[in-house]
Design a protein around this ligand. Sequence first.
Ligand SMILES: [Zn+2]
Length: 467
Amino acid sequence: MKIKFIGAAEGVTGSKHMIMTNSGKQFLLDCGLYQGMGKETDEMNRSLGVNPTEIEAVLLSHAHIDHSGNLPLLVKQGFKGKIYCTTATFDVCKILLMDSAHIHEGDVSFINKHRRKKGLPLIKPLYTIHDTEKCLKQFKPLNFNTEFYLNDELSFNFSENGHIIGSSAINITSHETEKKIKLSFTGDIGRYTDPILKSPSVFAKADYIICESTYGNRIHNTIEDSESEILKIVKNTCLDKKGKLIIPAFSLGRTQEILFLLNKLYNKKLLPEIKIFVDSPLSAKATQVVNKHHECFNDELKLYLKNDEDPFGFPNLKYIQDTSESIALNKIDDPCIIISASGMCDAGRVKHHLRNTISDSKNTVLITGYCAPKTLGAQLTNGKKRVHIFGDFFDVKATIEIMHSLSAHADYLEMIRYLSCQDKEKVKKIFLVHGEMEAKIAFREKLISEGYHNVIIPLKGESSVLS
Ligand SMILES: [Zn+2]
């Protein structure tokens, strides 16, 4: 068996790795979109780096677009095989991939309007809603921890990794030679203190591991701090300064975590009486999907449900669907909280809210997750004082707060804990992917000091024979 690193090898987004068996059969681990790579992003996404007609099947770790978002293009270009993932991942993909198709179609029709005026040739979207509907028909959801045989050569199972609802590590066994070879792909590793999800679980002892490394150089605040941290920010912005609190948040995962934090504060009668809006139709749908998959909930949340059957809802909360309602939020003078996508502030309605609030010092923007370099979220995180939004420059006068404790990615101590179920002597190689170079270098040093040998940082396009 051989592995080739195609995406998320030099950077965080665009997760895609190819497995080739000795008989030449090809399988993909993930097929994600590059995000936030500036002008080159579109070009990078249009080139899949594989021949889709030669791929037998895709094993998908989770529904995040940087892992699943280029599956419709793969299908459009001739991939006919199955896409294996967990049941919850399939439910989330139904909404995230359709949303992605809407964005691509919308962006292109906007661009083509201008091109048409200038007499330039029109461009085509990366993929359409029709391509995505076709792609979703090729999904084959499977249960966690159940061995599935792809053919005589390979079998695999999904194990829980606590990153988002339905997310999994993929544990592959090669039966090609007498001595079985085990390869585990961690996917994105979650937290042991996730307020909603079960903790990452142990996985069978592997010979080779492809491990993410997003926070290979960071230790997060503990999750217990989040409630008091967010309450302090809400009070400071909405009570003391009478301003608006804008929370850019991923529709899936982060939005529900924030709602759960606010719900707990509400139940403790600590939440000030202010209006709270979730301004994203996608976030509303995502909350419904999360609420459907109680099998992924941790024991504490299951217990919480006995006293409050809707952990993501409370009286002051309103979901905004229509664009006109979203625009009307700009006119509200009263203090309020607006939770809106995207989390990296590079798309979606949150950009309009930032445009409207960022230059007023009474407001606060709360960044709650990882922002890829070059995104507006990363610029705000890095303290940039003037930012470009929809064609205009704005002075950043609002307070920028950053809460890392809500991260869906494990820090390096949690990743080391996740790997601790392994036999350090037996692991032949650990390949570090899905991280900026400095995080990978730091994490490699940590792993070596823990006793792992052969920790490799593969370059894009690099292959390795697993024997
Ligand atoms: Zn992810």
